[in-house]
Design a protein around this ligand. Structure first.
Ligand SMILES: O=C(O)C(=O)C[C@]1(C(=O)O)C=C[C@@H](O)C=C1
Length: 292
């Protein structure tokens, strides 16, 4: 007998989440390999041998202790760490015989000679470490299965709490009265998320049903708008944000967003939105650069 539909959806969602975790594993491995290259070069410069059996043992013990604490069999953790160490030794041995893999001393540990490798190099300087790590972040559409496994009621509670804080002043002074009895949709296109907002008990809440108008944009563009790194006018003009449905309702919402007194938004939230938007923009730029 075929399994019921919700189970198949759940299976699909859980598999999507596993893909996201696997992406994370590979990203962490990429970060480890970059650090291994730096350590290899430093050992070379200080005349230390490539292999350090004592250090390897400590790495295994730490991994095993953590694995046991989080319910992963010690033998599985050992296999994983052995693989990573084996890969690291190979990498360092290759680097010691092939100058193209070595770090460029003029650039300290940040630079790697050879154009292909230089393109993949990672700097350890604090100002460039984040953009370099972000280069290996999957794009939001790859993270969408993860976003979708967050239960709806958590998403709704988070969104409602954020709106209550960001829109506290317009909610109080009546500028949001146009939403009474109306339904406005927000679609995060690359994360596959969609909410319909409506007015209820003096607050904006996530309600069911079809929206009369919708604002659609990528997670990054919506965050850039929320964090005030880009203004609504520019984003709509560039069609990074798109309005569909009832134009009057959509434009009223858009104008409100534009006039929203930023200084009335609590400082902690302003900082969090601004930083979040910056990181999202850096991740997007880094990803585009990687594709170019
Ligand atoms: O710590 C080092 O010296 C490394 O080069 C890293 C590493 C590892 O992969 O953890 C690799 C080879 C060494 O034998 C010990 C540890």
């Amino acid at each position: 007998m075929p399994s019921p539909r919700p189970d198949r959806w759940l299976l699909q969602g859980a598999r999507g989440a596993i893909d996201g975790v696997d992406d994370g594993l590979i990203l962490l491995l990429a970060a480890r390999r970059r650090l291994v290259r730096v350590v290899g070069a430093l050992k070379c410069r200080t005349g230390l041998p490539i292999r350090d059996p004592q250090r390897e043992e400590r790495v295994r013990m730490r991994a095993k202790a953590l694995a046991v604490r989080v319910g992963v069999p010690g033998s599985t953790a050992r296999t994983l760490v052995d693989l990573a160490i084996g890969d690291a030794c190979l990498q360092q041995e290759n680097a010691s015989v092939d100058p193209a893999h070595q770090l460029d001393p003029d650039q300290g540990v940040a630079g790697v000679a050879g154009s292909k490798i230089a393109a993949m190099s990672i700097s350890l300087a604090p100002s460039t470490l984040l953009p370099n790590l972000l280069r290996w972040m999957p794009p939001p559409q790859r993270l969408s299965p993860l976003a979708r496994v967050v239960p709806d009621r958590w998403q709704h509670a988070l969104l409602e709490a954020a709106m209550a804080r960001v829109l506290a002043v317009p909610l109080r002074d009546g500028s949001l009265d146009f939403m009474k009895g109306r339904r406005l949709g927000i679609e995060v296109s690359d994360l596959g998320l969609r909410w319909v907002l409506g007015w209820s008990d003096g607050k904006l809440r996530v309600v069911g049903g079809e929206p009369e108008a919708s604002v659609r944009g990528s997670a990054t563009d919506l965050l850039l708008l929320a964090g005030r790194l880009d203004d609504a006018d520019t984003l709509f003009f560039q069609r990074a944000l798109v309005l569909t449905g009832d134009t009057e309702l959509g434009l009223t919402a858009r104008n409100l967003l534009e006039r929203l007194p930023w200084e009335d938004v609590p400082l902690g939230l302003r900082i969090a939105l601004n930083r979040g938007a910056r990181v999202a923009r850096m991740a997007r730029d880094a990803y585009r650069e990687r594709l170019a």
